[in-house]
Ligand binder design. Structure first.
Ligand code: SF4
Length: 488
């Protein structure tokens, strides 16, 4: 019987868009917490909501493991947990109810709970962990399992006997990430993940973290868990973990989940050299700032096995980037794109629409940038006011009852943007359509260059090209009509 049952409330099935995409990753942050508790002598079990059908599976896990303590510990490396999707908050509340129904105390850790601890405490959580969780969870577990009081534990919120809310002193960040044990992968049903990935994509991808936090100040980006600091693991330690993953699970691909990968000068080059020395490369994708991607870094990334690099381009308008305090020039994005493509690395770009003050000309500049970069993939969103950010404070008075998206396809602007939400949804569709039209045009021209290699799949691509061309014209007309109506 475990002391602690750890679970998270991000249920892939509750997020239709991502469930459809079928690219599940195990809850890495939760696995770090599990490994840390074990290192402190606790027996742990894992409930993995990513693979679960519903909250009923959590009830089954509670009955099966009969833990003495439950921890709803969100995977803070999953960017969707930062968005505090309402469907997942509801799931967390139900999980609290079900643990309490069998008299198991619950503690909660995550972005939403850190931002709104009172909601979780009033629902019945014994404590909410504020910020980075491992040290606080271990101390809470020791005290709760021993029946001691928790009011002296740093880094938590709790309700006292009169139901008044208290926050204890902040918990200092973990100084050296290299002292943390590897995530507790043995608790995960890796075979199930492998099956899902293989069935849909033909390969198996796992996740790994090399840093925590980010020192930049983009004013819409929240960092409630890992903060404004930037902590990096030693390149040697990361290479050891990759070699360990390769030996035990043989993944075909890795997703490096860092908000900003490889910021320290020389780190990427050292990482690439060590990987080559040990023959431990696994093709990977990661996320970097465009202004960090020099030609030398691009070369090192390619030699380390980077197949895809995502950049937060956000906007093609310098005015909007400056308003976001992104600290980036549009030309940085172009230069990084050139350097990466020159080394055979696919580029993915995140684009964002609806930032306050963005005009139609700014939107056009972003559409134009997406056409010019010819990325291998795109991620399109609308600006989302996250608590604790300058952007949130700026639009706070405009927020109504709805302050969170329900799931990741929601795309509501919850403040007064330049245009109505329907316009941004259409622009979102338009960017994706343009992207698909370009991809099918590329496929078509490759096909025409080598007609002797024609297969049935090429006929489908050709049909898709004609369809996308026709749909694109209609879509552009519709967006412009909606924009005019929305401005009236
Ligand atoms: S958007 Fe990226 S670079 Fe900017 S603060 Fe957030 S994590 Fe850092």
């Amino acid at each position: 019987m475990p002391d602690v049952l750890l679970g998270q409330a991000y249920y892939l099935r509750f997020d239709p868009k991502l469930h459809q995409a079928q690219q599940p990753y195990a809850p890495l942050g939760t696995l770090y917490a599990a490994a840390f508790l074990r290192q402190r002598g606790h027996r742990v079990a894992l409930f993995d909501a990513m693979l679960a059908r519903s909250v009923a599976d959590w009830t089954t896990a509670l009955q099966h493991h009969q833990p003495r303590l439950a921890a709803i510990y969100e995977d803070s490396f999953n960017y969707l947990s930062k968005m505090c999707l309402l469907r997942m908050r509801e799931a967390a509340f139900e999980m609290i109810d079900r643990a309490r129904a069998v008299r198991v105390p619950v503690v909660v850790s995550g972005s939403d709970a850190t931002d709104h601890p009172e909601l979780y405490l009033r629902r019945g959580a014994a404590a909410v962990i504020l910020g980075e969780g491992e040290l606080t969870l271990a101390e809470l577990a020791e005290r709760l399992l021993a029946g001691s009081t928790i009011d002296a534990v740093p880094g938590i919120a709790y309700l006292d006997d009169t139901c008044a809310l208290h926050r204890t002193a902040p918990r200092p960040f973990i100084k050296s990430l290299d002292e943390l044990p590897f995530p507790a992968w043995d608790l995960v049903d890796t075979n199930r993940y492998r099956e899902i990935w293989h069935a849909r994509h033909g390969y198996y991808s796992m996740n790994i973290a090399t840093t925590r936090g980010c020192p930049y100040h983009c004013n819409w980006c929240a960092k409630p868990i890992y903060g404004q600091r930037y902590a990096m693991r030693a390149a040697k330690a990361v290479v050891e973990e990759i070699a360990w993953l390769k030996h035990h699970f043989a993944p075909d691909h890795l997703w490096i989940v860092d908000d900003v990968f490889g910021l320290k000068p020389g780190w990427v080059e050292e990482f690439a050299a060590l990987l080559n020395e040990q023959g431990a490369q696994i093709p990977f994708r990661c996320l970097m700032r465009a202004d960090q991607v020099t030609p030398a870094v691009a070369r090192a990334l390619a030699s380390a096995g980077c197949r895809m690099l995502w950049m937060g381009a956000e906007s093609g308008s310098q005015k909007v980037l400056d308003a976001m305090e992104k600290g980036l020039r549009v030309d940085d994005i172009r230069a990084a794109n050139r350097a990466l493509q020159a080394h055979g690395i696919n580029v993915g770009v995140f684009l964002q629409f609806g930032y306050p003050g963005e005009t139609w000309e700014d939107i056009e500049a972003t559409l134009q940038l997406a056409r010019e970069l010819k990325p291998a993939d795109i991620g399109v969103s609308v600006s989302y006011p996250l608590p604790g950010t300058g952007f949130y404070e700026r639009v706070r008075q405009e927020l109504g009852v709805k302050q969170n998206w329900i799931d990741s396809s929601d795309l509501s602007t919850m403040y007064k943007a330049t245009y109505a939400p329907a316009v941004y949804r259409r622009v979102h569709g338009l960017v994706h359509h343009e992207f698909r039209a370009r991809k099918s045009a590329d496929a078509l021209s490759a096909m025409l260059r080598a007609p002797w290699q024609l297969r049935p799949v090429h006929a489908r691509r050709a049909a898709s090209w004609f369809y996308n061309r026709a749909a694109l014209a209609l879509m552009r007309r519709h967006v412009s009509q909606l924009r005019i109506e929305s401005s009236c």
